[in-house]
Design a protein around this ligand. Structure first.
Ligand SMILES: C[S@@+](CC[C@H](N)C(=O)[O-])C[C@H]1O[C@@H](n2cnc3c(N)ncnc32)[C@H](O)[C@@H]1O
Length: 502
């Protein structure tokens, strides 16, 4: 079949469309490259004429399967284990030791995200580094998420079987103790390492993140390397803003050395490790209101602020919150009118310190609104202060025992803490109060799957799918922070497909 090319004007409109939908940027100098790539996609879509195919694609927002085919043709799937060795050295010698030092003895949790992970070499390298650096890893609640836009890459990643090509430039010790030789001279990652990583379809240009639903909230380290170079500048800005919200205070954004720019990343503090720069979230030093870029030359080593002491099981508030309340009481006798809306606006912008401060003033004088307490719980959870968040969840529930949303929040925080048994009980309580609470079914499905209870997981996923299908596609689900019914249905379908395939 001969594929007829598209006129330049149409191609340029298509290029803008792709930038909006997938982030990918094809400047005029890459027009020939785009022509070539779209020709091969046209063939895959079953069209003979690129113009017809492109018009058809642009007639509505891209569906998941269209994105899948386009991603396969427009993206670059180049990756290998321990890529950019120096970055991993810094990760192992500085980032991980500091994180573990600060968390040890308290909430021993770590969350890492390889955004745009391709076929999985990057998140598996992260898992191997963790095993190397943290001797008591079994006592830690660790989540490592690998995400990508291309489902074929994700499928390969979750199989965990690699050719020699993935080991180019890899350290010599890597295969020993981490991989097993399988047929055709391929190498399979050991099951105990494979289990440490979960994979999800996330389109960085579109998807809702941070979200409790896909492990993209309260992240300690985000690796996003060798992908933003392909993005349109306005999309890069959006992605970086969202990453900032995903990260816990003191968390790190790791990019490829060729992608670092102190203008784009001005919300972060650049930390210079002898020429390699990592970006740290430190809102006290770079308030999102003040977007002036810190000078790279002046960038100095920044140490984490320790998390507040863990709080006893009584559900009491973390000392940090008490301090905030006392401070607020001494400052203001009465909260300003519209304080909740103000706090909510801060929250929506990811300005959690300001949210907490505004809420602390509001909560210091009666009547105390349950929604303000619930927002305080969410805010503290997003700051990584899970004990404090749990304390506020308990208060919301004490004020409004039959509120399924409050129980859902509590269950989610328990889940974040790695307290799986209690979180299951809490999610079940949600369903007892509201059998149609979609996200509780979804969470219980994931938890059951994690424990190998596949029939139970299927039951919950079926239930969640039926509930999403009964709602308008664009309806935002309660307690989801922006996930629509249609999106959740896609997430469930995709994760079940990858499970079956693996
Ligand atoms: C060159 S690879 C980088 C892999 C790995 N991070 C590394 O540095 O080795 C780029 C990856 O970005 C993914 N990608 C491209 N656009 C994306 C998007 N909008 N959302 C998520 N992933 C995307 C591609 O599918 C591809 O797997």
């Amino acid at each position: 079949m001969t594929i007829r090319p598209a006129p330049d004007a149409l191609l340029s409109r298509f290029s803008q469309f792709v930038a909006g939908q997938m982030g990918l940027h094809f400047p005029p100098e890459r027009a020939t490259d785009l022509q070539r790539r779209i020709r091969s996609a046209t063939r895959e879509f079953g069209f003979e004429d690129v113009a017809d195919c492109v018009q058809w694609l642009m007639s509505a927002p891209l569906t998941r399967s269209q994105i899948e085919i386009l991603a396969g043709n427009l993206t670059v799937g180049e990756t290998y284990f321990f890529r950019e060795k120096r970055t991993f050295e810094i990760f192992e010698e500085h980032v991980l030791p500091e994180l573990t030092r600060l968390r040890r003895g308290g909430e021993q949790r770590l969350r890492l995200w390889s955004a745009a992970c391709c076929s999985g070499e990057e998140p598996y390298s992260i898992a191997i580094s963790l095993r190397k650096i943290i001797p008591d890893l079994v006592d830690w609640h660790v989540t490592i998420l690998g995400s990508d836009i291309n489902p074929r890459f994700l499928h390969k990643a979750s199989k965990g079987v690699f050719t020699e090509w993935s080991f180019r430039n890899a350290p010599s010790w890597l295969k020993e103790g981490h991989f097993e030789k399988v047929e055709n001279g391929h190498w399979e990652i050991l099951p105990e390492i494979k289990r440490m990583v979960s994979f999800s379809h996330i389109n960085l240009a579109q998807d809702v993140y941070p979200s409790l639903l896909n492990d993209t909230n309260v992240v300690d380290v985000i690796f996003c390397r060798n992908v933003l170079i392909y993005f349109a500048p306005e999309q890069v800005e959006k992605v970086i803003r969202n990453f900032h919200r995903c990260l816990t205070e003191g968390g790190w954004l790791v990019l490829s050395p060729s992608e670092t720019s102190h203008v784009l990343f001005s919300q972060f503090v650049p930390v210079n490790f002898e020429g390699t720069i990592l970006y740290q979230k430190d809102s006290a030093r770079t308030s999102p209101v003040d977007r002036r870029a810190p000078q790279l030359e002046e960038a100095s080593r920044v140490f984490f602020q320790p998390l507040p002491e863990p709080v006893a099981e009584t559900g009491a508030m973390a000392p940090q919150v008490w301090e905030l309340l006392e401070l607020a009481e001494s400052k203001t006798a009465e909260p300003p009118p519209g304080a909740y809306d103000q706090a909510f606006a801060f929250y929506e912008q990811g300005r959690y310190a300001e949210t907490a401060e505004t809420l602390a003033a509001l909560l210091s004088s009666p009547p105390v609104e349950p929604r303000a307490m619930a927002l305080m719980a969410r805010t503290l959870a997003n700051q990584g202060n899970l004990a404090g968040a749990l304390g506020w969840c308990d208060k919301v529930i004490a004020a409004d025992k039959l509120n399924p949303g409050a129980h859902y929040l509590r269950a989610s925080v328990l889940h974040e803490q790695g307290n799986l048994n209690e979180s299951v009980q809490s999610f079940k309580r949600v369903l007892y109060l509201d059998p149609d609470f979609v996200l509780a079914h979804f969470a219980l499905g994931n938890l059951a799957r994690h424990e190998g209870k596949f029939r139970e997981a299927d039951r919950h996923f079926e239930h969640a799918l039926a509930l999403t299908h009964g709602r308008p596609h664009e309806e935002i689900l309660p307690e989801s922070e922006g996930i629509t019914a249609g999106r959740l249905s896609e997430i469930i379908t995709a994760s079940r497909q990858s499970e079956t395939a693996a």
